[in-house]
Write a protein that binds this ligand. Structure first.
Ligand code: XMP
Length: 317
């Protein structure tokens, strides 16, 4: 008879038993899974858990500081690492989506490894892997064709020679949320939309520059904040914005402009495998579009993605 509380009680007991006085390291992403894993492990072993939260420079606007603050507020022993430059330098000039993902996966491991080495006597690597990740990584790495290489699973342990502990690997997402709620994690954090590991890198089509990241962060912030302010955020499973590699002609006063185009995307889904585009109210779209064009320099056109998955994927690359 599974309940979130019984899961917490038995898992904390198991973790205490398994880990004893060992030191454990965990990478936090700001997402639900790693956060719930972190809080659960912290309950079991306290400050023997060190969490590492990496700023890859591809997070949402203010995300790094906000998330770091909330982790500290929850009492987690967390090290924030500003690695923006490492990532952006390696990504310079790269346009191919899978190459971007590989670079980000590799640099993440390097940065994480570097920080983890600083922790004395660390024996375990904890991961927020959930059951669908386990299934998916089998199919992604297995004989069937690679669709997109998600870098959330695998990779880290081989290099670091650590034992792996994955306290959520039998849970589905909704169970993870219920467990998080039972442990007092804020609904705002638990209700966050999924966000891809490679972050804004795969929403900037074509090559990535700091300037493009900043533009996309501003646009994304207007869209997401707009959804929240209009009570639409929870109606949507995932939302985000793509910065397109085309420029379009516009007019401003007497002048012709030749500037960037962004595509807004909002989908409903249960697991991301299939998704429908959300029929956001026209008035809302009109307001967001105006705000974006008026406030974000360098963008003169906003379009809304009305494709469902399949055949269109949620991300554009
Ligand atoms: P697609 O675009 O394949 O996305 O329909 C399905 C879900 O997966 C997320 N996604 C990723 N997550 N690393 C991740 O951690 C990735 O490389 C990646 N690519 C897509 C996407 O945001 C959506 O939730």
């Amino acid at each position: 008879n599974w309940t979130p509380n019984s899961f917490v009680a038995s898992t904390v007991a198991d973790l205490k038993n398994k880990l004893g006085d060992d030191k454990v390291v965990l990478g936090l992403s700001g997402g639900v899974d790693s956060t719930v894993a972190g809080v659960l492990l912290h309950k079991a072993i306290g400050d023997n858990l060190t969490c590492i939260f990496v700023d890859n420079g591809l997070l949402r606007k203010n995300e790094y500081q906000n998330v770091l603050d909330s982790y500290e507020h929850m009492g987690l022993n967390v090290i924030g690492v500003d690695a923006k430059k490492d990532f952006l330098d390696e990504l310079a000039g790269v346009s191919d989506p899978e190459t971007k993902r590989k670079i980000i996966g590799r640099v993440f491991i390097e940065v994480f490894d570097r920080e983890a080495q600083k922790i004395q006597n660390v024996k375990w690597l904890a991961q927020g892997t959930i059951y669908p990740d386990v299934i998916e990584s089998v199919s992604v790495n297995g004989p069937s064709a690679t669709i997109k290489s998600h870098h959330n699973v695998g990779g880290l342990p081989e290099k670091m020679d650590l034992k792996v502990v994955e306290p959520l690997n039998l849970l589905f997402k909704d169970e993870v949320r219920r467990v998080g709620k039972a442990m007092g994690i804020s609904p705002a954090l638990l209700g966050r939309h999924p966000f891809p590991g490679p972050g804004l890198a795969i929403r900037i089509l074509g090559d990535i520059t700091e300037e493009k990241v900043e533009i996309l962060q501003e646009v994304d912030h207007i869209f997401i904040q707009g959804l929240k302010d209009n009570d639409l955020y929870d109606e949507v499973w995932q939302a985000g914005v793509m910065l397109l590699p085309v420029q379009s002609v516009g007019v401003m006063g007497d002048e012709r402009t030749y500037e960037k185009v962004v595509a807004l995307r909002a989908v409903s889904s249960t697991d991301g495998m299939t998704a429908d585009w959300v029929h956001l109210p026209y008035d809302f779209l009109a307001k967001v579009s105006n705000d974006i064009i008026n406030k974000v320099k360098g963008v003169n056109r906003v379009v809304y993605d009305i494709s469902s998955k399949p055949p269109a994927t949620i991300e554009w690359e």
